[in-house]
Design a protein around this ligand. Structure first.
Ligand code: SAH
Ligand code: SF4
Length: 365
């Protein structure tokens, strides 16, 4: 069976070149064609001899997930639904802004961590995405966004904030991010690749040691009691351990702060008391806080905080000297906003049958 070059980490390109009896520079050449130029076949690889191209066609392929649907929102946000087989589909979102273009990349089909306010979490979990399925999202988006072989790159930033918990698929996510950073592939700087995690403490330490990129942590609550409820992984890695891991991460991070994401849920975590607790909690952590107005989905059971509540919360934090931004909601007319990505997941965790969520669905319908 042909090997898929999109599945290769950098060292596997080198290994492949050696296995077919080619010099190491071929590895670099192939990486540049496949990732740097977005080649989909071997015929375009004009600096590779015809006989070698013919041989490559027999033993290798460049195979990304197929596009099921490709939708563009009124504000230019574009969403791809990609088929990853066996009834699963994932989503990738491109968010154009004046001076940058950000691609939001998925790492798993579904998510096992079951945060209560997250549409992906509600769907349950099927499996980790392979390297080709993760880096393939960038490869597809680059091609579809009209990047010719010489054109400027529309994607300047990547955020691992799509479906799934990236640190729960550590090896494949790191292999894909290393390609994002490689000058022979996508050449993004570490500061422009952000990984968002709900707080898998040991994996945050591993990331620091293997592939430090910009880090965002989904905080969402200022105390353990509330966070246990909203982000259940907090029961395993409580706030004190999570914040200590953030401090260790900053020592090697490409940025000298961690971003904390905080979803604004009406009446749940958005009062003045919560704001004050948050100030207290984060007083010695170099950070920026990103408030995310909750994006609703059917039967979520939550509502977005009002504009007044969000402004009050932000002002309270700013008055204490914290750096705060409020995330603009993009692409909500095509369900492409944070936490709305649902794709299609064949849940193997039977989440929908779990009693506490069934109860929640009942009270909200
Ligand atoms: N699993 C990772 C990354 C994916 S989620 C994580 O949890 O960090 C990306 C961000 O969107 C996270 O901060 C997540 O908590 C947030 N989010 C999830 N559901 C949301 C919703 N319905 N509205 C707004 N933000 C949401
Ligand atoms: Fe998973 Fe992140 Fe959603 Fe939580 S917020 S369920 S960790 S994708």
């Amino acid at each position: 069976m042909a090997v898929n070059l999109l599945e290769f980490a950098k060292n596997e390109f080198v290994q492949f070149a050696s296995e077919i009896g080619e010099k190491p520079f071929r590895a670099r050449q192939l990486m540049r064609w496949v990732h740097g130029s977005g080649a989909a076949d071997f015929d375009v690889m004009t600096d590779i001899s015809k006989p070698l191209r013919e041989r490559l066609k027999e033993i290798a392929e460049i195979s990304a997930p197929g596009t099921v649907r490709d939708t563009t929102a009124a504000d230019g946000t574009r969403k791809w639904l990609l088929d990853v087989g066996t009834g699963n589909a994932i989503e990738t979102v491109f968010i154009p802004e004046r001076n940058r273009g950000t691609l939001c990349v998925s790492s798993q089909a579904g998510c096992a961590l079951a945060c209560t306010f997250c549409s992906t979490g509600r769907q349950g979990f099927n499996r980790n995405l392979r390297v080709a399925e993760i880096i393939g999202q960038l490869w597809i988006a680059n091609r579809d966004l009209g990047r010719g072989l010489t054109a400027d790159r529309p994607i300047t930033n990547v955020v691992m904030m799509g479906m799934g918990e990236p640190l729960a698929n550590f090896d494949n996510v790191v292999a894909a991010m290393q390609l994002m950073l490689d000058d022979d592939a996508y050449g993004l700087s570490r500061r422009r690749v952000t990984l968002s995690t709900s707080g898998l403490v040991p994996a945050i330490d591993r990331l620091r040691d293997t592939c430090p990129v910009a880090l965002a942590v989904s905080l969402h609550a200022p105390n353990d009691e509330l966070r246990n409820e909203l982000v259940p992984i907090n029961k395993k890695y409580p706030l004190s351990e999570l914040l200590a891991a953030c401090m260790r991460y900053i020592e090697k991070a490409p940025r000298d702060f961690v971003t904390f994401e905080y979803v604004m849920l009406d009446g749940i975590n958005d009062t003045q008391i919560h704001a004050r607790q948050l100030v207290e909690l984060l007083q010695s952590v170099p950070c920026k806080i990103n408030l995310i107005p909750f994006n609703p989905f059917p039967q979520s059971g939550y509502q977005r905080s009002g504009a007044d509540a969000i402004a009050r919360f932000r002002n309270e934090l700013m008055a204490a000297g914290m750096t705060v931004t409020v995330r603009k909601t993009r692409g909500d007319d095509i369900d492409a906003a944070c936490g709305q990505l649902a794709g299609q997941v064949q849940d193997r965790t039977r989440r929908r049958e779990r009693p506490h969520l069934a109860k929640l669905a009942m009270t909200t319908s």
